[in-house]
Design a protein around this ligand. Structure first.
Ligand SMILES: Nc1ncnc2c1ncn2[C@@H]1O[C@H](COP(=O)(O)OP(=O)(O)OP(=O)(O)O)[C@@H](O)[C@H]1O
Ligand SMILES: [Mg+2]
Length: 395
C-alpha cells in the first residue's frame, strides 16, 4: 500500500493507469467516494479524509453510512436497493444538498452529485462532494455585515439629525425649568401657591414627559438588537417615523398626510420599516427644500396583495443621469450624504418580500418613492391576528 491513505484497495498503483488515477483522485479539490452496490466504500480520496476526518484505511470496505448522520444512514441501503430494483433516480445524475458526519460526530452540509459506472466488478456509484461550510459561513457573515450596516445607517441618521434633535429636546427642558423657577420665585415671595401649584406641576410633568419621549424614541431607533417580525399596522409606524424625522428638521415644510381606512396589517420588523420611512422622508424634505414652498406628501394605501406607502415631494426630481445608480450604495449628490439611505431601504423592503421603487419626476415634478409590503394572508379580510402566511418571502 502507498503511504498516502486516500486510495482504493482495488486500484493497482503499480500500473500506469492505476498510478494516474490515484494521482487524479488525490489531487481533486472535491471529495470523491466510490461505493459498490452494497454501499461499501471502495475509494475515499484525500479531500474526503480532510472533510470527514477519517483516514481512508479506516473507512474503505465499510458501509458508506459511517460518514452519514443517523437519519440519512437509516434509509441509505434501501435507497440503493430501490434504485437497483426500479431504476428510479432520486439523486443519481441530479445532485443535491445533504449532510455528512465528521469523525468527531459533527454534522455538516454537503453538496453531493452522484454518477454511476458499470464495471467488470459490478455497478459502482461515484459521489462527488463539496463541503458547504465555507459557503454557509460566508452567507452568514454577509447577513451579519448587512444587519450591522443597517444598524450603522440608523446611528448615522440620528447623528446627522443630532444638533436639531438637541434643539428639540431643549424646548421641553427650558419650559420645565421656567415652571420650576416660577414656583421657586412665588415661594420666595411668600405667595400662597395652593391654587396654582398643582396646575404648574402638571404642566412641568408634561414637559418632562415630552423630553423623555423624544429620548426614548431616539433610543429605540438606534438600539442594537436582532430583527423581529411582528404583525403591525403600517400607519402608526409611518406617523411615528415622521415625528422622529421632523425632530431633526429646522426648516418649515408643509406635510400632506393621506391614509386609506382599514388597511390590513403587515408582518414587519418595525424599527427597520421606520428606518425606510425616515430615509424617504429625509430625502423628500431635502429635495423639497429647493422649492419655493417646500411640500411633501406621505400616503398609505393598498393593492390586492400589498400595503403601499408613497413619499413624494415638490423638489427637482431625479435626473436621468442619477437614476441608474440611485439605489446603489455610496451614490450621493449631497455634501454630507453617505448615499446609503436608498440602498439600505430597498434591501430592507426586499428582505420583507416587498420592494421600493421610484417615479423619478423631473420637468417640474418631484420624485415619488413607493414602498410595497406584502399583506399578511389572513389579514386580507379584517382579522389580522390569527396567524397565516404572508404573500411573498418573509426574508
Ligand atoms: N426625493 C428625492 N428627490 C431628488 N433626489 C433624490 C431624492 N431622494 C434621493 N435623491 C437622490 O438620491 C441620492 C441617494 O439618496 P440616498 O438616500 O441613498 O443617499 P443620501 O441621501 O445622499 O445619503 P444618506 O441617506 O446616506 O444620508 C441622493 O444623494 C439624491 O441625489
Ligand atoms: Mg438619504
Amino acid at each position: 500500500m502507498r503511504e498516502t491513505t486516500g486510495e482504493c484497495e482495488r486500484i493497482e498503483p503499480n500500473t500506469v493507469s492505476g498510478a494516474r488515477l490515484l494521482s487524479v483522485l488525490d489531487t481533486a479539490a472535491d471529495g470523491i467516494i466510490v461505493i459498490d452496490e452494497r454501499g461499501r466504500i471502495l475509494v475515499f480520496n484525500k479531500a474526503c479524509e480532510k472533510m470527514f476526518g477519517f483516514p481512508a484505511t479506516q473507512v474503505i470496505g465499510q458501509n458508506v453510512k459511517v460518514v452519514m448522520p443517523t437519519e440519512y444512514a437509516a434509509d441509505h441501503d434501501e435507497y440503493i436497493g430501490s434504485y437497483i430494483r426500479t431504476g428510479e433516480r432520486k439523486i443519481i445524475g441530479i445532485g443535491r444538498e445533504v449532510h455528512g458526519r465528521h469523525a468527531d460526530g459533527t454534522v455538516f452540509p454537503l453538496e453531493l452529485s452522484v454518477g454511476e459506472a458499470q464495471t467488470p466488478e459490478g455497478r459502482q456509484f461515484i459521489g462527488i462532494l463539496r463541503d458547504l461550510r465555507p459557503r454557509k459561513e460566508g452567507e452568514q457573515r454577509l447577513a451579519e455585515l448587512q444587519s450591522e450596516l443597517v444598524h450603522l445607517a440608523r446611528v448615522s441618521a440620528i447623528d446627522e439629525m443630532g444638533a436639531a434633535i438637541a434643539h428639540e429636546l431643549n424646548q421641553p427642558l427650558t419650559a420645565l425649568m421656567l415652571y420650576l423657577q416660577a414656583i421657586r420665585r412665588a415661594h420666595a415671595k411668600g405667595v400662597n401657591l395652593s391654587v396654582s401649584v398643582g396646575d404648574i406641576l402638571d404642566k412641568a410633568t408634561g414637559e418632562a414627559e415630552r423630553a423623555g419621549h423624544i429620548i426614548q424614541r431616539m433610543r429605540q431607533f438606534v438600539e442594537k438588537r436582532d430583527p423581529v417580525r411582528q404583525l403591525r399596522a403600517l400607519d402608526p409606524l409611518v406617523d411615528d417615523a415622521i415625528e422622529l424625522t421632523l425632530l431633526g428638521q429646522r426648516h418649515r415644510i408643509a406635510i400632506g398626510r393621506e391614509q386609506q381606512d382599514g388597511l390590513p396589517q403587515v408582518l414587519v420588523d418595525p424599527v427597520q420599516i421606520q428606518q425606510i420611512i425616515v430615509n424617504l422622508v429625509r430625502n423628500a424634505i431635502e429635495a423639497a427644500a429647493q422649492a419655493r414652498r417646500p411640500a411633501i406628501r406621505i400616503a398609505t394605501s393598498r393593492t390586492a396583495s400589498h400595503v403601499m406607502l408613497e413619499v413624494s415631494d415638490n423638489g427637482p426630481g431625479i435626473s436621468p443621469d442619477a437614476l441608474p445608480k440611485l439605489f446603489q450604495a455610496f451614490a450621493s449628490s449631497k455634501r454630507r450624504g453617505m448615499g446609503l439611505g436608498l440602498a439600505i431601504s430597498r434591501t430592507i423592503a426586499q428582505n420583507h418580500g416587498g420592494d421600493l421603487v421610484v417615479d423619478p419626476g423631473g420637468d417640474g415634478r418631484g420624485a415619488c418613492f413607493a414602498l410595497s409590503l406584502p399583506i399578511w394572508a389572513d389579514s386580507r379580510g379584517t382579522n389580522a391576528d390569527q396567524g397565516g402566511q404572508p404573500h411573498g418571502r418573509a426574508g
